[in-house]
Design a protein around this ligand. Structure first.
Ligand code: NAD
Length: 451
């Protein structure tokens, strides 16, 4: 049988594409070596959020005096948190399998390898069988990057995020190398469960890609809470549980020890099994795609982390929708609005942002007006966030007054950043956005207050 579409990788990109194309009546074959759902569902977004929620419950219970509540003998059971996380993941994986269960979709569990490709036919081998398809979609995702630091390889004290998620016991102490999104979410988890945490970040700030004023609110809170944040610090070598670091400001050398060292310094596109596509265009190890997720090869598409665009699950699934639309020649063809992709960091408080930052506007020579408002301008925020101030920043085009970016810190901004995404995506001016009514009392009203 010749399939219309072969998809390698069953993460958010792959399973979305498989569902869309098969439900449109096209014969699709989806190859996944592990469980469907990919990194996000199995060893990323969902398991971390399940554990973070447990940690937040414990933290809130032990910090409830400010709301007039005292709880004694509060304890947690990490194994039970892990068990719940596994059940959440299992249910969601089953849900995805259900969505793929139709007569036009075939799911094959195994490692798929491209054998050959012409403009008419792609041949793939998996579990000793060969499969043929007219089109190929590469959704192979990314893997943890292991930096070339002496002493990192084969060191049992060193974890990546998957090791941390699978651990049945909490570490007694942890050093996190890399203060990016993964690093700061794990720092939050361990800190809220009482584990001493040190974060080592090479750049001048943690979360260096986000708005610095928003990040400063988090950094101040975490430092006061006792998280050891070492910025502008480089790891020279690792020896067991000891990390040798050097300050990039003073050149001072320091040894820090912990039971575990979590290394989270970024991820790289996964090109395993694609060696036969030796004429596919790459840029810094990621597959180059056009606005419709097509590669330089006529019948080959790529979506998700493997494209190195923005490594977020919701980007991957949107790319898949766009690619399938292009393949099925849906009119009008849609492009992805990369300028309006929301992103969230699940620290406590949460950070949520969409669109350009003030610094990006400056580097693009776009004159902007910047508005700032503490989240305490929202009554609901005041009622529920004792001791916090939060921050909402809006970046507005100084010429046409359209909303170009919104950057926030304060719970639960992840839940309403999509309203800001909508404004950025639709190119709303402040006057147009002002006409949107937000329910009272909600923290989302900050988006109205700031206008
Ligand atoms: P990242 O790029 O977000 O952060 C890596 C950090 O490590 C950077 O701050 C970098 O400066 C630092 N670094 C690099 N080398 C270093 C070294 N030798 N010593 C000290 N610091 C060093 O990468 P990540 O945190 O590994 O996350 C990977 C991807 O997964 C990202 O694209 C991220 O957006 C995505 N992700 C998203 C979410 C979410 O949406 N909530 C959650 C987790 C991961």
């Amino acid at each position: 049988m010749k399939y219309f579409l072969a998809i390698i990788g069953g993460g958010p990109a792959g399973y979305t594409a498989a569902e869309k194309a098969s439900k449109a009546g096209k014969d699709v074959i989806l190859f996944e070596q592990n469980a469907v759902g990919g990194t996000c569902l199995n060893v990323g977004c969902i398991p971390t959020k399940s554990l973070l929620y447990g940690a937040k419950q414990y933290y809130n219970a032990t910090h409830a005096q400010k709301y007039g509540v005292t709880a004694e003998n509060v304890s947690f059971d990490f194994a039970a948190m892990q068990k719940r996380k596994t059940i959440v993941v299992r249910k969601l994986v089953a849900g995805i399998k259900q969505r793929l269960n139709n007569e036009h979709c075939t799911l094959v569990t195994g490692f798929a390898k491209v054998i050959s490709r012409t403009d008419e036919l792609v041949t793939i081998e998996c579990n000793g069988e060969t499969y043929e398809a007219e089109n190929l979609m590469i959704c192979t995702g990314s893997t943890n990057f292991v930096p070339p630091i002496p002493g990192i390889k084969d060191n049992p004290a060193v974890w990546d995020s998957t090791d941390a998620l699978n651990a049945t016991e909490l570490p007694k102490s942890i050093i996190i190398v890399g203060g990016g999104v993964i690093g700061m979410e794990f720092a939050t988890l361990y800190h809220e469960l009482g584990v001493p945490v040190t974060v080592i970040e090479a750049l001048p700030s943690i979360l260096p890609n986000l708005d610095p004023e928003v990040v400063a609110v988090l950094a101040d809170k975490y430092k006061k809470a006792g998280i050891n944040l070492l910025t502008e610090t480089r790891v020279e070598s690792i020896d067991g549980g000891t990390v040798n670091v050097k300050s990039q400001i003073t050149n001072d050398q320091l040894q820090i020890s912990a039971e575990r060292i979590l290394v989270s310094v970024g991820r790289r596109a996964n090109l395993n099994g694609l060696e036969a596509l030796n004429d596919i265009e790459l840029n810094r190890g990621a597959i180059v795609i056009d606005d419709f997720c097509k590669t330089n090869l006529p019948n080959v598409y790529a979506c998700g982390d493997v494209t190195g665009k923005i490594m977020l699950a919701h980007v991957a699934s949107r790319q898949a929708e766009v690619a399938v639309g292009r393949m099925l020649k849906v009119i009008p063809l849609q492009r992805i609005a990369y300028n309006a992709i929301p992103s969230v960091v699940y620290t406590n408080p949460e950070i949520a942002s969409v669109g350009i930052t003030e610094a990006q506007a400056e580097s693009m020579s776009i004159p902007v007006e910047v508005r700032r408002l503490p989240m305490t301008f929202s009554g609901r925020f005041m009622a529920e966030n004792e001791g916090e101030t939060g921050l909402c920043k809006m970046i507005i085009d100084a010429k046409n007054h359209s909303v170009l970016g919104v950057h926030m810190i304060g719970n639960p901004c992840s839940e309403f950043v999509s309203a800001a995404s909508f404004a950025v995506r639709m190119g709303y001016t402040t006057t147009e956005f002002e006409q949107v009514v937000f329910p009272h009392p909600t923290v989302s009203e900050i988006l109205h207050e700031i206008l």
